[in-house]
Write a protein that binds this ligand. Structure first.
Ligand code: ZN
Length: 427
C-alpha cells in the first residue's frame, strides 16, 4: 500500500471542513514521499541534495498554484507569501523543512510545510483573504545529517551561522559545503545574503511531529509545545594514569574510567533536581589507551544537557561540572571541561499559550503541554521572532526511521489548530 492509501485507510473524512482537505494533504505527503524513497520505504533527502531540491521544487509548484508569491534565497530557503488585505507589513510565518536523515520518515519536516500550505488552500477554497500577510517557509538542511551541522537554512536567515566554518564543512564524500553550494546553484556571497530582516515577522509557528510518546499516552491528536529545549554539549576529559593492569596494585591506581563511570552513573540523577523537563545524557566516550591489559589513563566523554528554560538548563550545567570535579578529586585524578555548543532554549510566551489553548478547546482537544527536547527550525527563528509550536502525535514515538507515522486524522487536526491559531492572530 502506498503512503496515500495508508493515510486514507482510516481517515475520518468529516475532518475535512472549513476548506481543509485531508485527501489533498495525503496526496501531497505521498507525492513528497516518492522523492528519495528508500528500499525500506523511508526517506533519503539530505540537505542540499538533488532530492531536497526536487522536493522544494514540487512544493514551489503547489505554492504557485495556490497563488503565493514564491522566492528562494541563497541558502536555498523557499518562501511562499500570501499578501494580507490590510496595509502594513505584519507577517505571520509558518513552515519547516523537507530534508531528512538517511532512511528517515515522511512526516518529520514535510508535515510542517504542508500543514501551512493547507491553511492557504483552505482560505483559497473558502474565499478568505487574511488581514495580515502569511508566509510559508521551507528551511534548507534542518537535519544536518550531511555536514554534521543542521539548521543551515534557519541559521542563514537569522545570521546565526559561523560562515567560515560552515563553508569548510565536509560531507561523507569529501565534498565541502562550499562546493556543494555552488553545485546547488548558489555561492558564498548569495549564501551570506540570505540573512534577512525579520522585524516584519510578527510570529513564527511550526507544526511538527512530536517524536515522543506523550501525546500517544494521553490519547490526544495534537499538543502545545511548552518550550523548545536548548542543548549544551560539554566535552569532559578525565586524566588518570595509564599503567599495567597486572603490575599495578588496586590501591595505587588512578583509573580514569572508574571515575568516569561513577560520573556517568550519577549524572542520571541530576536533571530532576533542577526541573521536571531537564535532561542530561552521556552518549559518546573514548577511552585511552583502550587496551585490555592497560589501566585507562584518559577518558573523553560528552554530556548533552537540555531544558526548555535557560536558568534551569544553566544550573544543570553547573551541577554536572561540580559533580565531575568532586568525583575527580575523590579518585585523585584531574578533569577538564570544554563547552562545544550552547544554544538558548526558546520560551513560548504565556499570551501565545493562552491563544493556543483557546484554539485547542474550540477544536475539542484538551490542551496538553509537551516540551520539545529536540531542536527545530523554530528554535533558531525563536531567538529573533516570537515563536510557537504545535506537535502532532507520533505512533510509538518513533522518528528518523521509515516507521515514523502520524495518522491523517491527527495531521488534519494539526491543520485545524494551526489555521484557527493563525486566524486568532489576524483579528
Ligand atoms: Zn524536523
Amino acid at each position: 500500500m502506498n503512503l496515500k492509501d495508508k493515510l486514507l485507510h482510516d481517515y475520518n473524512s468529516q475532518l475535512s471542513y472549513g476548506g481543509v482537505n485531508g485527501e489533498r494533504l495525503a496526496e501531497r505527503l505521498y507525492q513528497l514521499s516518492k522523492i528519495g524513497l528508500t528500499e525500506d520505504n523511508g526517506s533519503f533527502r539530505l540537505g542540499l541534495s538533488s532530492e531536497e531540491k526536487e522536493a522544494k521544487h514540487l512544493v514551489k509548484e503547489w505554492m504557485l498554484q495556490a497563488g503565493l508569491e514564491v522566492t528562494e534565497d541563497g541558502a536555498g530557503n523557499v518562501f511562499g507569501k500570501l499578501q494580507g488585505n490590510i496595509e502594513g507589513n505584519s507577517t505571520i510565518m509558518s513552515g519547516s523543512h523537507v530534508d531528512s536523515v538517511p532512511n528517515g520518515g515522511h512526516f518529520d519536516g514535510p508535515l510542517g510545510v504542508l500543514t501551512a500550505l493547507e491553511v492557504v488552500e483552505a482560505w483559497k477554497d473558502t474565499n478568505v483573504t487574511p488581514s495580515k500577510s502569511f508566509e510559508i517557509a521551507i528551511f534548507t538542511d534542518e537535519e544536518g545529517a550531511r555536514f554534521n551541522g543542521g539548521f543551515t537554512g534557519s541559521g542563514a536567515i537569522t545570521g546565526q551561522l559561523d560562515y567560515s566554518s560552515q563553508l569548510k564543512r565536509v560531507d561523507g564524500n569529501g565534498r565541502t559545503f562550499e562546493e556543494v553550494l555552488l553545485e546547488y546553484g548558489s555561492n558564498e556571497e548569495k549564501f551570506r545574503l540570505a540573512k534577512r530582516d525579520l522585524s516584519e515577522v510578527e510570529l513564527f509557528v511550526e507544526v511538527h511531529i512530536e517524536q515522543g510518546k506523550r501525546l500517544e499516552k494521553a490519547n490526544l491528536p495534537v499538543g502545545i509545545v511548552s518550550g523548545i529545549a536548548g542543548p549544551s554539549w560539554m566535552e569532559l576529559n578525565f586524566y588518570g594514569e595509564a599503567g599495567h593492569a597486572g603490575n599495578t596494585p588496586m590501591d595505587d591506581r588512578k583509573d580514569a574510567l572508574v571515575a568516569a563511570s561513577e560520573f556517568i552513573y550519577k549524572v542520571e540523577s541530576l536533571p530532576s533536581k533542577v526541573s521536571p523537563t531537564a535532561v542530561a545524557t552521556v552518549g559518546k566516550m573514548q577511552v585511552k589507551p583502550n587496551g585490555v591489559n592497560v589501566i585507562p589513563g584518559q577518558v573523553t566523554l560528552y554530556v548533552d544537557i537540555r531544558d526548555i528554560f535557560e536558568d534551569t538548563r544553566d544550573s544543570l550545567i553547573q551541577l554536572v561540572l561540580e559533580l565531575a570535579k568532586e568525583i575527580a578529586e575523590k579518585h585523585h585524578i584531574s578533569v577538564t571541561n570544554d563547552e562545544m555548543l550552547r544554544i538558548k532554549p526558546v520560551p513560548i510566551s504565556k499570551e501565545l499559550h493562552e491563544k493556543l489553548e483557546k484554539t485547542f478547546i474550540k477544536n475539542n482537544v484538551q490542551p496538553l503541554y509537551v516540551p520539545s527536547g529536540a531542536g527545530h527550525d523554530a528554535m533558531i527563528i525563536g531567538n529573533q521572532v516570537p515563536t510557537a509550536m504545535i506537535f502532532v502525535r507520533s505512533k510509538d514515538g518513533i522518528s528518523h526511521n521509515p516507521k515514523e507515522w502520524s495518522s491523517l486524522n491527527d495531521c488534519v487536526m494539526g491543520v485545524h489548530v494551526l489555521k484557527d491559531f493563525i486566524e486568532s492572530l489576524m483579528r
